[in-house]
Design a protein around this ligand. Structure first.
Ligand SMILES: [Zn+2]
Length: 444
């Protein structure tokens, strides 16, 4: 009997023990240790990025990304694709659109805070930082950094960059885009926003996602009702005197959440219907549109897997009074599967101009500092006698109790720009300053 009781007690104890172990593990997994750097773009509806041409003045050194990548055997299209993908990866999880635009090569720090017509809000370039522990830096977004360099990303071209191998360009591009959008470093070593490069990380963790959604929210469906042909959004009222309809406010939250539209052919048609789905200049969405007849039979589709592209589908011999349906979604899963788009339907003889992007202009202003990257400390660390010299400062800023325990802090780089101003950026460094994993519970 005593043995039976002892066995009962043992069994009763076992699940508790196991439960406790499970709780410990899941607690660790679910700890959200992302931080923000205090910056946030004024107009998240359209945050642009651009690639600075080689030779762009980076406050002293010149941008040499293309030359260096070419030296490493990485074509322009390939290295830029890493940043395009990084942007699309972030767009999937947050309430903003990321759009590639051109760059006229004006000096770093010149121009508007957001919506400058000459360059992207987030400009991407690089130079040899003469510091083997540095991979890349990103300027904090507004209002922490007020002038044109806000959100800009500089890579250390002194590194031997690789595609899909250490040091993986995509992994660092994702990390720096995270800073450029407003995230600080995370205390979780598996997070993309962890301060050190431990291994390649090509996707976001729950911690990264929670962090960015804390700043911008999740992607929001502007038109949650048009999820079937029966509830399709009718574009007929949008048809103007040129027999053209434009719907500017399309937004696809996810591939699994398509948008339905319909239109009735006007009496003024010239017999041709051209349907255009535009993501160019609006988002990183890879558009895909299916055109169906009034019986909801598919007539065909147009799609493009490039981020932020535009596609068209033409139907000939349309008759006034006929109804057509449009099923708008994405041509890819994952990055590129969400974002803003516009829809245009043309029944007339004149071509249609693309939909203009929203106005996001914010003039340059003084840096407000604060947040996770106060520029003051590092400014004082540098002598004005060395203008335009770029130096590395190691500066710790504790971010959470966990981070304090682990000794994780910011690594900052100070820049003096051509106009004499000092400005700071967060850096991704290679070597962990402290061993991260250590036993936290002694065995009894
Ligand atoms: Zn960083």
């Amino acid at each position: 009997m005593n043995r039976f009781l002892a066995r009962c007690r043992e069994l009763a104890r076992r699940p508790r023990t196991r439960t406790r172990q499970l709780e410990l593990e899941s607690l660790e997994d679910r700890q959200l240790l992302s931080t923000v750097n205090g910056g946030e773009w004024v107009y998240p509806s359209r945050i642009t990025y651009s690639f600075m041409p080689d030779g762009t003045d980076l406050a002293g050194p010149s941008n040499n990304m293309n030359a260096r990548m070419s030296q490493l055997g990485i074509s322009t299209a390939t290295w830029q694709a890493q940043f395009q993908k990084a942007a699309a990866i972030w767009q999937v999880v947050g309430g903003y659109n990321l759009v590639e635009v051109s760059d006229n090569g004006q000096a770093l720090g010149v121009g508007a805070q957001q919506g400058d017509s000459n360059v992207g809000d987030i400009r991407i370039g690089g130079y040899d930082m003469q510091n083997p522990s540095l991979l890349g830096v990103a300027f904090t977004p507004p209002p922490v950094t007020g002038p044109g360099e806000a959100g800009d990303i500089l890579m250390n071209t002194g590194q031997s960059w690789k595609i899909n191998n250490d040091y993986d360009l995509l992994s660092v591009a994702i990390h720096e885009f995270g800073h450029a959008l407003g995230l600080g470093h995370s205390g979780i070593s598996t997070a993309v926003m962890y301060a050190n490069y431990l291994s390649k990380k090509q996707s976001l963790t729950a911690d990264d996602i929670s962090g960015i959604q804390g700043v911008y929210g999740a992607p929001q469906d502007a038109t949650p009702t048009n999820k079937s042909a029966a509830t399709a959004l009718d574009l007929t009222p949008y048809i103007n005197s040129l027999s053209q309809a434009t719907y500017s406010n399309g937004y696809l939250t996810a591939l699994t959440n398509p948008e339905w539209f319909k239109v009735t052919v006007p009496s003024t048609t010239n017999g041709t219907m051209v349907v255009t789905m535009q993501a160019s200049q609006l988002s990183s969405l890879s558009p895909r549109i299916v055109v169906l007849n009034g019986s909801q039979q598919a007539l065909g589709l147009a799609m493009n897997t490039n981020y932020g592209s535009t596609v068209s589908f033409t139907v000939n011999n349309v008759q006034p009074g006929q109804v057509y349906y449009f099923f708008a979604s994405a041509g890819v899963t994952g990055p590129g599967s969400n974002g803003a788009f516009a829809l245009q339907v043309n029944f007339g003889p004149y071509s249609m101009s693309p939909v203009s992007p929203p106005n996001t202009y914010v003039p340059a202003q003084a840096s407000q500092g604060g947040g996770g990257a106060s520029p003051m400390t590092t400014e004082e660390a540098f002598s004005p006698a060395t203008p335009r010299e770029i130096r590395f400062a190691r500066w710790q800023r504790q971010q959470s109790r966990f981070a304090q325990r682990q000794g994780i802090g910011h690594q900052e780089v100070s820049f003096q720009l051509s106009d004499g101003r000092y400005t700071t950026a967060e850096a991704l460094v290679i070597a962990p300053r402290r061993r991260f994993h250590r036993p936290r519970f002694a065995r009894s």
